[in-house]
Design a protein around this ligand. Sequence first.
Ligand code: IMP
Length: 185
Amino acid sequence: MDQTQVAGDLELDKTLYTEEQIQGRLKEMAAEIEADYEGKDILLVGVLKGAVMVMADLARTLNRHVEMDWMAVSSYGSGTTSSGVVRILKDLDTDLTDRHVLIVEDIIDTGLTLSWLVTNLKSRKPASVEIATLLRKPDALQMDVDVKYIGFDIPNAFVVGYGLDYNEKYRNLRCIGTLAPHVYS
Ligand code: IMP
């Protein structure tokens, strides 16, 4: 069964980005990252669970050594909105002192979680902290954190697939799409 059919069966309203489009954009982002970090070590920091797919594909697209580490955080909020109040469920195993940290994100919506994360990681005395995200929503433009690498700017809709979930489902889709409205109700 191909992924389009899977997506259809799982009630995707519309495919926003196909597997090919996602992989193509990740290649371009990886080329930029390789150029910017020439001669420097990189520690990729992924935020569980949404960033798993982006991290796996971006890391493998980078034609150089990288280290990877993970954090799990929980953002207190209701349903599909986040409040910016964050609790660490799993911290990094790596000491960030003098490290070049590149946070790898699946999506930035309000940016509240990310803004908190950047402040938290910067307090650990790294050499640098930058952000790479596959998707960015319009509200994120108001946040006061610079995002250096952006895959796609998307409209303000709830999207799933490629790591992104609705009630823990759809993460395993290879494409990214919007959910049919009736799935919410
Ligand atoms: P923010 O703090 O508002 O930027 O939201 C951060 C988190 O909310 C993301 O890492 C996702 O886990 C989740 N999120 C925001 N928008 C979406 C979406 O459209 N689909 C699935 N998850 C989303």
